[in-house]
Design a binder for this molecule. Structure first.
Ligand code: GTP
Ligand code: MG
Length: 244
């Protein structure tokens, strides 16, 4: 059996997490040769997020700082410390469908990285605001114009990686610019990115992303990494790992 880590970033995500965790396709993954373990990296939720994660026997880390980017990098660090073969990340806010990771891991056999593509997938009518829809298209277009590497959905929160590709990423994002930096780092390391259309649904609970401010930070990250290909310093604050 190969081992896959399913990495979930959370900040007050009790509603989404309680819907997403029971839908993890453990059986289907097993049939495809994958033994899966979930790691939740939490940014200090004050709702029932940690309780739900532990009830479902997830590994749980309290990140010491804040931000999705810092959380993902901490998750990557733990991934590399253990003997996993692949990593799948998705936001557990009800927007992404855990069942779809089976086909993403299948596709990973022919690529280093697989991105779940919402923009060419099945988007539920009320899943994305008009501002985010145009913002996602524009940022994706800018990324491809700057880096010349195919990308269909820059800000997707559903990615699968081989172990080797995670070990090659060089990242320092703290917040929602993390996916953009994952793309720029894949481009720098010449990793093969493949896409797969996915369904995208309306979020449960409250959004943490501010469209304009975070959109601007993503744009800025694309520009900075075009000039300075790799981060000066790879800052990751360790968290407290609570293994159940
Ligand atoms: N660990 C951690 N996770 C976070 C933090 N901020 C947001 N998240 C999680 O990151 C994921 C993405 O955040 P969202 O608010 O859904 O942002 P988004 O998906 O870009 O925007 P929406 O389309 O509005 O859902 C969610 O699962 C959040 O719970 C944080 O500071 N730390
Ligand atoms: Mg979301």
């Amino acid at each position: 059996m190969k081992r896959v880590m399913i990495l979930l970033p959370t900040l007050n995500e009790e509603e989404g997490l309680s819907l997403v965790l029971p839908r993890m396709p453990y059986e289907k993954l097993k049939q495809s040769g994958w033994d899966a373990k979930v790691l939740v990296v939490d940014g200090g939720s004050d709702d029932l997020t940690s309780k739900i994660a532990l009830e479902h026997k997830c590994q749980f880390i309290h990140q010491q700082g804040k931000g999705k980017g810092a959380a993902m990098r901490l998750g990557f660090l733990h991934f590399l410390r253990e003997s996993y073969d692949a990593l799948v990340m998705l936001d557990p806010d009800g927007t992404y469908h855990p069942e779809e990771m089976v086909k993403m891991l299948k596709k990973l056999e022919q690529a280093d990285v697989v991105v779940g593509d919402r923009l060419r997938g099945a988007m539920d009518p009320d899943a994305m605001t008009r501002t985010n829809y145009f913002g996602n298209h524009i940022l994706t277009w800018i990324a491809v114009a700057l880096y010349g590497v195919p990308m269909n959905d820059l800000c997707s929160g559903y990615w699968a990686f081989s172990k080797q590709s995670i070990s090659m990423l060089k990242l320092n994002s703290m917040k929602f610019e993390i996916e953009a930096e994952m793309y720029t780092s894949c481009a720098a390391e010449e990793l093969l990115i493949s896409h797969i259309p996915i369904r995208y649904s309306k979020r449960l609970g409250e959004a943490k992303l501010g469209s304009v401010k975070d959109g601007w930070n993503i744009f800025r990250k694309l520009l900075v990494r075009r000039v300075f290909t790799t981060p000066h310093q790879n800052r990751i604050e360790d968290g407290n790992l609570n293994i159940r």
